[in-house]
Design a protein around this ligand. Structure first.
Ligand code: GDP
Length: 534
């Protein structure tokens, strides 16, 4: 268990002002739009719309990206940093589609909080629920944004009830919507007693905000039409009776989520949400590691790789490892120890991601995400320190749920294929298994769409057409145990054995029955569906 109290020693001001979070949502709820508005208010870009515009310009350059666009999914995650008031926000983008859940799980290990975006007309949708469950595994604090209030949406109590019941978390209204759909005029900010009015004419304009002295202030009636005001006052009274008040500690514990209502496309409610993230969101948290946990208050640098992305720029065969800083004050040029290989690494060209531009990172503090270009030394789960042999824990690798064999269209290019596969395995985009008997590779993924993504990337990035075909196996399990027991097991099941891309032993099968049989016949051997990245 993490000891959050270890955060108690004074954090350096630079660390204390950092808020590192991800947005979780179902496709189409408004994550991209909200991200654009965050960047707009964060001053990272001048004009909303640039995230999308830049994204599209890039996408047209490649069929793979085109596929992403056609499917309306975001395949690659990135990190964005921007200042908002006295805070530094690090927003880590999560791939939205369920097929990329493994990547998403790992992304969520790099953040301290999540913003859950739901569509006011649709409520809690399937992908939101899945992502929420992952956040809950890590007790991540969650702030909720109910979007698209400018459209016909559900009744406010109904939305809140659905979150409470569906996700088993308490909900407290941070704001309350007034009117609905066409009649929606804005929200009452319950945390600061202000009336926020939406400007439908100018979508990029921050809402007009009017200070109110409590709910019986006559000023309310000057701005809110009588019928809406009556309904609003009635609802607020009920809300105060039925719903819990804001409790910052319960938010940090992950048992209560404050909800803001707004309309991202109209820039409405976004600023209040951002202020909420600053005021109530967690500071950089303690990171679990072996043999000891790492506190963000420590002065020595430690960080871990949660994502690797190759070929970000098709012109340069570079590969970027995304590193979450867990402690210390990193400065460009520092020599860090790559704990897995025990070798020093000079970090000379770290990058920070400001909107979709990369910039050299001159420094970074605990909580920040930097990108380190490298030639493959850095793998998911790796730890970098100033010398101490620490290993960050809790970054899982899941057994793939789908297996297929892969062949190069041109048999002469088998070596190239191996190289491409190994690279995607390092990115965490697939598992690659080399069977002990026979030739060829078996590729395992979590979602079926990933085979298509892999095939188009291998063709695009390596000029290598490939075919995926059904494999005789459907499941993979990592094998653990004393060497003698594992050797005996492996010798007796040769046709099932393979090694994964890290060289670790794997048992392949098509039957749950086989897995049960191993448990019965080989009590000293353990098969597992996850392995910790190391
Ligand atoms: P994502 O898939 O979650 O990234 O969603 P997008 O940000 O791409 O939004 C999905 C669609 O909803 C787009 O057509 C947006 O223009 C639209 N949208 C986003 N926010 C709002 C909003 O506040 N009101 C309305 N009416 N539409 C919105």
């Amino acid at each position: 268990m993490l000891d959050r109290a270890a955060n108690a020693p004074e954090l350096p001001a630079e660390v204390a002002r950092r808020r590192t979070f991800a947005i979780i949502s179902h496709p189409d709820a408004g994550k991209t739009t909200l991200t654009e508005k965050f960047l707009l208010y964060g001053g990272a870009i001048q004009m909303a719309g640039q995230v999308r515009a830049k994204g599209e310009a890039r996408r047209t350059r490649s069929d793979f990206m085109k596929m992403e666009q056609d499917r309306g999914i975001s395949v690659s995650a990135s990190a964005m940093s921007f200042d908002f008031g006295k805070y530094r926000f690090n927003l880590v983008d999560t791939p939205g589609h369920s097929d990329f859940s493994e990547d998403t799980y790992r992304t969520l290990t790099a953040v301290d909080a999540a913003v859950m975006v739901i569509d006011g007309a649709k409520g809690v949708e399937s992908q939101t629920r899945k992502l929420f469950e992952v956040c809950r595994l890590r007790d991540l604090p969650i702030l909720t944004f109910c979007n698209k209030m400018d459209r016909e949406s559900r009744d406010t109590f109904e939305i809140i009830d659905e979150i409470q019941e569906n996700l088993a978390i308490d909900v407290t209204p941070a704001s309350w919507p007034i009117g609905m759909g066409r009649d929606f005029i804005g929200c009452y900010d319950l945390l600061r007693d202000r009336l926020e009015l939406m400007d439908r004419a100018d979508r990029n304009k921050v809402a007009e905000s009017i200070a109110i002295e409590g709910l019986d202030d006559p000023k309310l009636a000057e701005h809110v039409p009588a019928d809406l005001l009556d309904k609003f006052l009635e609802e607020i009274e009920m809300a105060k009776e039925l719903l819990p008040p804001m409790d910052p500690q319960a938010l940090l514990d992950g048992t209560l989520t404050p909800i803001w209502f707004g309309s991202a496309i109209n820039s409405f409610g976004v600023k209040e949400l951002m202020e909420g993230i600053g005021a109530y969101g967690p500071e950089p948290q303690v990171q679990s590691a072996e043999p000891r946990q790492v506190s963000p208050a420590e002065t020595k640098v430690a960080g871990f790789v949660f994502k690797v992305q190759a070929n970000m720029d098709p012109k340069h065969r570079d590969r970027v490892a995304f590193v979450r800083m867990a402690s210390g004050h990193f400065k460009r040029g520092m020599k860090l120890t790559h704990v897995r290989s025990k070798k020093p690494m000079a970090i000379t060209n770290p990058v920070l991601f400001l909107a979709s531009d990369r910039e050299l990172a001159e420094e970074a503090w605990a909580g920040d995400i930097i990108g380190i270009p490298n030639h493959g030394q850095l793998r998911i789960g790796d730890t970098l320190t100033e010398g101490e042999m620490l290993r960050v824990t809790g970054i899982p690798s899941f057994a793939p749920e789908l297996l297929q064999t892969v062949r190069a269209g041109d048999p002469m290019k088998a070596k190239h294929l191996e190289k491409a596969l190994m690279q995607f395995a390092e990115e965490g985009a697939a598992k690659v298994f080399k069977p002990g008997i026979g030739s060829g590779f078996i590729v395992g993924v979590v979602g079926a769409l990933q085979f298509e993504v892999l095939a188009s990337r291998i063709e695009l990035e390596y000029g290598l057409p490939v075919r995926f075909e059904a494999s005789q196996f459907t499941s993979a399990r990592w094998v653990h145990g004393e060497k003698a027991a594992v050797d005996a097991f492996s010798a007796a099941n040769k046709q099932h054995m393979a090694t994964d891309n890290d060289g670790d032993l794997v048992y392949l099968t098509r039957l749950q029955w086989d897995i049960d049989r191993v448990a019965r016949d080989y009590p000293d051997v353990r098969l597992s569906a996850t392995k910790e990245m190391q």
